[in-house]
Design a protein around this ligand. Structure first.
Ligand code: SF4
Ligand code: SF4
Length: 451
């Protein structure tokens, strides 16, 4: 076979070879498939090992971060039939829901759409992401219903009920824009601090700090940028629950795609989801884990890329003007993925501002007045590292060097909007499920195409 271009496609041991989905499925069933996480592939490459087409059948990729393009559709009973005609307004734990699309006239059943970025009318630190996690945790929620009037009869009185996920026959999470092929890093070159969804605090001006999004070499679309494996109908894990890709998401483009999909709320794991309070209000976190069957040697070209080979654009927060190009290696290679708490270093300050600032409420005070770090809630964002007076919260977040308008700037990373530690965990869990047969890889029914 003639080599069409200078690339791995033409130089790897497997040049000219390919495998089908069914062959890979059969290999998994026979216990003969090699399944590696994207992180394991990267470790081998970093150690100087050559990874060839024959060495691996499937890699598992993942990403965890703030993914605003999320909504849930919930349908459940709130009253006996014929008690009210239909609802005009509904709120769940104070979060306004969109009533419909189906009115379920006189049935006492609600169909609701809850936006992941919806905000509580009474609590500025509570949003749709918090509500959905609480449902998945099995907590009881309050539903306030305002019935609508009809042309022939007045509205019946507003009422409220308590319910939980186990009492909802239908509860599904939909992604309208998830798992972006990595994202961007942000600075504020202006003088004034800005409130933004890209920071927990007002974003300081004068290039004093940087935040960023993206899990780098672990990201599903970074590993399959030409959408050779991922397509419509691909089975994935969304927040730990089996779901499916339905196509590309909003603001997708050929060079910068993201995914749309869905999964059942009842099968999700709370640790992978939740609310995140930014200085612009509550946001929502999601986690995707995606298996990539390696169909041809060309796919390895992107899979073997290390973080330092994946560009990360640093942009002006206001207007997103590109300022400089760094790489995911600059932000992840030397960084600590997990934030640690060392109680001995805590000064037991009279007023610990971290109790108020932690975007996940993962820092609490015990009855005895001690500070407690709740690992299962922590997003590893790193905000507490720079704000803790005693340096009790520790993690290396690093800094980047950028030449901007002829001047070299050294900018400190103060916040991460992606949790690579949990993305690693999700990719590992998916690997184990693929190997055990608990998760069956599913071939796409249609390619995702951009016009
Ligand atoms: S700011 Fe840091 S040192 Fe002070 S009480 Fe909070 S955790 Fe402890
Ligand atoms: S890293 Fe610190 S501030 Fe961020 S979620 Fe964890 S405990 Fe909270």
């Amino acid at each position: 076979m003639e080599c069409p271009e200078k690339s791995y496609k033409c130089s790897g041991k497997g040049f000219g070879k390919s495998r089908t989905f069914s062959e890979i499925q059969a290999k998994i069933k026979a216990g003969k498939a090699v399944v590696l996480t994207a992180e394991e592939v990267a470790s081998r490459v970093r150690a100087g090992e050559k990874v060839e087409f024959e060495d691996v059948d499937v890699i598992t990729t993942a990403t965890r971060g703030i993914m605003s393009g999320t909504y849930a559709v919930l349908s459940f009973k709130v009253a006996e039939p014929d008690n009210f005609i239909r609802a005009s307004e509904v709120s769940l734990n104070g979060i306004p829901a969109v009533v419909g699309p189906c009115p379920n006239e006189r049935l006492g059943i609600l169909d609701l759409i809850v936006l992941g970025t919806a905000r509580s009318k009474t609590d500025p630190r509570y949003g749709g992401g918090h509500l959905l996690r609480e449902l998945v945790e099995g907590k009881t929620i309050s539903v306030a219903v305002k019935p609508a009037a009809s042309e022939t009869s007045p509205a019946s009185a507003p009422f409220s009920i308590k319910t939980s996920l186990s009492e909802m026959p239908f509860a599904r999470l939909y992604a309208t824009r998830h798992a972006f092929k990595n994202y961007k890093a942000f600075v504020n070159p202006g003088k004034e601090a800005l409130n933004t969804i890209f920071h927990v605090l007002p974003f300081k001006g004068d290039f004093q700090e940087m935040t960023f999004c993206g899990c780098g070499a672990l990201n599903p679309l970074e590993n399959d940028p030409h959408l050779e494996s991922i397509g419509i109908g691909t089975r994935v894990l969304i927040n730990g629950a089996e779901g499916f890709v339905t196509g590309y998401g909003t603001r997708s483009s050929k060079n910068n795609p993201n995914l749309a999909g869905f999964a059942e709320l009842r099968n999700m794991e709370p640790e992978y989801m939740g609310g995140f309070v930014s200085s612009e209000g509550p946001e929502i976190i999601n986690t995707w884990a995606v298996p990539l069957p390696i169909l041809n040697p060309g796919m390895l070209e992107n899979i073997l890329k290390l973080d330092k080979e994946i560009p990360l654009q640093l942009v002006d927060l206001a207007g997103r003007t590109p300022l400089c190009e760094i790489s995911y290696g600059d932000v992840w290679d030397e960084a600590d993925l997990r934030v640690r708490y060392e109680p001995k270093a805590c000064l037991e300050c009279k007023s610990c501002e971290l109790l108020r600032l932690c975007p996940m409420e993962a820092i609490k005070k015990t009855k005895t007045g001690k500070i407690k770090h709740i690992r299962s809630l922590c997003f590893n964002c790193g905000l507490c590292v720079s704000r803790c007076r005693g340096g009790a919260f520790k993690a290396k977040l690093g800094s980047v060097h950028c030449l901007i308008e002829g001047s070299l700037k050294d900018i400190q990373v103060t916040l991460r909007q992606s949790d690579r530690a949990r993305a690693q965990k999700a990719a590992k869990e998916l690997k184990n499920k693929v190997l055990s047969g608990e998760f069956r890889i599913k071939e796409a029914v249609e390619k995702i195409k951009f016009d």
